[in-house]
Design a protein around this ligand. Structure first.
Ligand code: HPA
Ligand code: MG
Length: 215
């Protein structure tokens, strides 16, 4: 039975030869793990689930930069489309915050939050936090605590990807695009030291790719 969006550990992915991708990344990737079209189709469905839950009240979307920008942009587009085609529409704001915790492929302890100093406009609103990937869940846990202090009506988290890590996640998103194996992935705005954001598909980085762009 196929009843969830879990990508199994033994899933080899698609060969890069089957898709178009920028030639400057030739040799830097192992496989395509989620093609761009599949991401878009899944995003459309998440938008519907989100509107069913949050569509009763003004929404503030909190986009977590940089890795969440593409998912957020596409998700907001889908939500707008639903809103356009419905007699029942709700105002939506989009706000950007920036978090940084990764160096190479490792999560570092210190988390920097930028653009989150005064979030008092969140009071009484339905807040949707949008993340590209939830790795350990610690980033999200810290952010949730920060946002809760501004007393929104409701907070939901949408994560395109959630990693299947050994320790249980500190925080699991309410809306998950795909659960993926614990491998370092790039593309669709997810980076490795700022590279690969200009790749449409979600791919697994190769060992030589890691070496090439190491800082
Ligand atoms: N790729 C890019 N950014 C990340 C990842 C990943 O696999 N995990 C946590 N941040
Ligand atoms: Mg990053």
């Amino acid at each position: 039975m196929c009843s969830d969006t879990t990508i199994k550990d033994d899933w080899p992915g698609y060969s890069l030869d089957l898709f178009n991708y920028p030639a400057h990344y030739c040799g830097d990737l192992d496989c395509v793990i989620i093609p761009h079209g599949v991401i878009m189709d899944r995003t459309e469905r998440l938008a519907r689930n989100i509107m069913d839950d949050l569509g009763d009240h003004d929404i503030v979307v909190l986009c977590v930069l940089k890795g969440g920008y593409q998912f957020c942009a596409d998700l907001v587009e889908r939500i707008k489309a639903l809103s356009r085609n419905s007699s029942h529409t709700i105002p939506m704001r989009v706000h950007f915050i920036r978090l940084r915790s990764y160096l190479n492929d490792q999560s570092t302890k210190d988390l920097h939050i930028l653009g989150a100093e005064d979030l008092s406009f969140l009071a009484g609103k339905n807040v949707l936090i949008v993340e590209g990937i939830v790795g350990t869940g610690k980033t999200m846990e810290t952010l949730l605590k920060h946002v809760q202090a501004f007393r929104p009506k409701m907070i939901k988290v949408a994560g395109l990807l959630v990693k299947r890590v050994q320790h249980s996640l500190a925080c699991v998103p309410d809306y998950v695009g795909f659960e993926i194996p614990d491998r370092f992935v790039v593309g669709y705005a997810l980076d490795y030291n700022e590279y690969f954001r200009d790749l449409n598909h979600i791919c697994v980085i190769s060992e030589s790719g890691k070496k090439k762009y190491k800082v």
